[in-house]
Design a protein around this ligand. Sequence first.
Ligand SMILES: O=C(O)c1cc(=O)[nH]c(=O)n1[C@@H]1O[C@H](COP(=O)(O)O)[C@@H](O)[C@H]1O
Length: 268
Amino acid sequence: MMNAQEKLKERLNKNLHICVGLDTDLNKIPSHLFKTNEPILEFNKIVVENTYEDAAAYKINFAFYERLGSRGLDIIQKTLEFIPKNILTIADAKRGDIGNTSEMYAKAIFEELNFDSITLHPYMGFDSIQPFLIYKNKISFLLALTSNIGANDFEKIKSSEGKFLFQHVIEKSNEWNINKNLGIVFGATKIEELKENISLFNELYVLLPGVGAQGGSLEDVVKTFDLNNSKNYLINVSRALIYCDTSKNFGEAISHTIKEYNRKVVPN
Ligand SMILES: O=C(O)c1cc(=O)[nH]c(=O)n1[C@@H]1O[C@H](COP(=O)(O)O)[C@@H](O)[C@H]1O
């Protein structure tokens, strides 16, 4: 069995950097799927079938499933069964709580659901993160600078040392990365900040959401990592990829679109 790091490295070494975001929304999927028993699951199955050769990872955003209650959890489990075992899965659940609560979240996501990785918010500090870090073969991505406007509200507050809060998160993430199982989330929409801070990333994996619907540029992100000689990054695309076509042939269109993204991710 490959661990999370091995799965990710294998794909990154093949110059595959696109993380397929399964933000599956009943209001956006092609209408012909409503004839099937479980339209969301059917949609995810077709997305995976048409992307698994080209994807570096799959990110399941829990909000889109939790809104369906227990049925949503069931869809998450069944979707994971469709994803080939050599591809990284990310539980985008943005967890983090006092130690014994985080321990339960970690068990739920890493053991019960058997995801390879998770997104966490870091604001409750080390004891809220540590229960995830003890899983050496999984990867935890801490929110550093997020893609949204609200990133300015807290993440860009300057401390007395003159550093932004998100820079402290990156610094601590490096400190805590003893087992090489930590990553950060950095908005693809924040390209200037990416250029200014990329030298701080060291061995942290980087998950960059915000390409497509939020206006981030895939080419700019790729260029920035190339200039820094780093391959350690995943670019998440959700809406712009999975809803690129709403016809009966949407699977083919998605396959075409992810291949086009990959063509833009060519090494120097
Ligand atoms: O943690 C995330 O994945 C995340 C962090 C962030 O700063 N911005 C952000 O958009 N995301 C997630 O990335 C996905 C972006 O979706 P699209 O804008 O449709 O590509 C969503 O699942 C968001 O919840």
